[in-house]
Design a binder for this molecule. Structure first.
Ligand SMILES: [Zn+2]
Length: 452
């Protein structure tokens, strides 16, 4: 994986950003293009860093004075109650991973009504393209439409003042509703951008970012920047938390309890392995890692040594090198335990989400216009400004492919992936307006009138 960690920003994109005229930046007179691609700049001190960041931002507060932007912002606010109703409606369309069709069909219908160029690919991603006038970067917004909740879970939404409660209300139907509201607001205000804006409802995010990974592989070079709409409101994530899910099996010949004394025992090997793994120490200063044994399985007879038992390992780090070395170390400890107890073992890879890199490894990405612009927007709307080199969203799929990618939140809320999931209603309004400002900043307004 180390070798697959790409340089960033990719040269094509950096070149495009440096080369292009910026109609809106000229308009507001605050944004000056850096003389060289950002990765070539090495800020020596904080002041120099701040100067670089100021030039990297595509957002300026004057942008919200622009008539069409102001109109779109006001439209979002005026229509927020309808947005909340749609948020509830979306949540009540069951959409477990691999069963997103109905929710996807709804999203596609809304996009078509706005005149977007809509397609649904074979994995179930709903893609709505809002063509730009040309000459700007292609910006992708991705809100996953799947949930972790099975089809038979009651997804009826209960409203309790400013709080909505239902499985999936927070993760991620809030983002889907926010995204549709932004597309409508842009349409209503007649906003034109230089670059294409692609709105995507992605499938199978909860199964390891499958939908987004599939789309990126099918459409190489299409996305210049990717913004995943996912997670709680307040942080901007530009990295990618690597996640390895693995199941380890221990196998033996079994034996009746009466003949079991001293015989090879898969359960003892499993217990020994788990014990040895929890003695692992995570090295300092390498970005950190966490791991967890979440499931045990095996054995079906009270009075026999089982022939097969297994445990699962959820191993996570932003550092691809550390992730791989810990994975190898865990495997070694499993092998040692199996040998000590005379049983065979097997490793079953269940899921892999690649790691994006530590903060130090991603230092150049931190200064990318995408990140700095998002910080500008979040700062302006006072949405908090925690910028972190982590993340576990569709943006990860972009990060590990060298595409400038971030995730930003949808609302305040909590208990995601549980039946008591909840979300705060008012916070979704500024979250939605932030997405609009990202759209017009990053895909660049085309042919706008001068700011008063
Ligand atoms: Zn999510």
């Amino acid at each position: 994986m180390t070798s697959s960690l790409p340089s960033f920003p990719c040269l094509r994109t950096a070149g495009a950003l440096a080369r292009r005229a910026l109609p809106f930046s000229l308009l507001v007179g605050l944004v000056v293009l850096p003389p060289t691609p950002l990765e070539a700049q090495v800020p020596a001190a904080d002041a120099a860093r701040e100067a670089v960041r100021a030039t990297a931002s595509r957002f300026a507060p004057a942008l919200v004075q622009h008539p069409q932007v102001a109109e779109a912002m006001a439209w979002i606010e005026a229509n927020f109650e309808a947005q909340v109703e749609e948020w509830i409606l979306i949540t009540e369309i069951p959409a477990p991973s691999e069963h997103e069709e109905a929710r996807g069909a709804y999203v596609a219908e809304q996009m078509r009504a706005l005149g977007l160029e809509v397609s649904v690919d074979s994995i179930g991603n709903v893609v709505g393209v809002r063509p730009g006038r040309g000459g700007g970067p292609t910006l992708v917004f991705a809100a996953h439409i799947d949930t972790v909740h099975p089809l038979d879970v009651d997804v009826t939404v209960r409203r309790d003042g400013d709080i909505l409660r239902a499985p999936g209300i927070f993760d991620n139907s809030a983002s889907v509703a926010n995204m549709l509201a932004v597309a409508r607001a842009m349409d209503h205000a007649g906003i034109e951008t230089a670059g294409d804006v692609i709105f995507m409802g992605t499938a199978q995010e909860e199964l390891g970012l499958r939908g987004m990974s599939y789309w990126l592989d099918q459409n190489p070079g299409r996305a210049d920047m990717l913004v995943a709409l996912d997670g709680g409101l307040g942080s901007i994530n530009y990295g990618a938390l690597g996640i390895y899910w693995t199941r380890y099996h221990f196998l033996g010949d079994g034996a009746h309890t009466n003949q079991s004394a001293g015989r090879p025992h898969p359960v003892r090997a499993l217990a020994d392995a788990v014990d040895r793994i929890y003695e692992l120490r995570i090295p300092e200063g390498q970005g950190g890692a966490v791991y967890n044994v979440g499931m045990l399985d095996g054995g079906s007879i009270f009075n026999a040594i089982p022939e097969r038992v297994s445990f699962t390992m959820d191993l996570r780090s932003v550092n691809p090198v550390l992730l791989d070395s810990l994975h190898a170390e865990i495997e070694a400890r499993v092998a040692t335990a199996a040998e000590a107890h005379g049983v065979r073992w097997e490793m079953e890879p269940v899921n892999r989400i690649e790691a994006g890199g530590t903060e130090a490894q991603l230092a150049d990405r931190r200064e990318h216009p995408l990140v700095v612009t998002a910080e500008g927007v979040y700062g302006f709307l006072e949405l908090g400004n925690r910028t972190v080199a982590s993340g576990s969203t569709d943006a990860n799929a972009g990060v590990v492919r060298g595409i400038p990618s971030i995730s930003v939140g949808r609302s305040l809320g909590g208990d995601q992936h549980t039946l008591s999931e909840w979300s705060d209603v008012p916070s979704a309004l500024p979250a939605t307006q932030a997405v609009l400002l990202l759209a017009v900043s990053l895909a660049e307004l085309a042919g706008g009138a001068p700011v008063p």
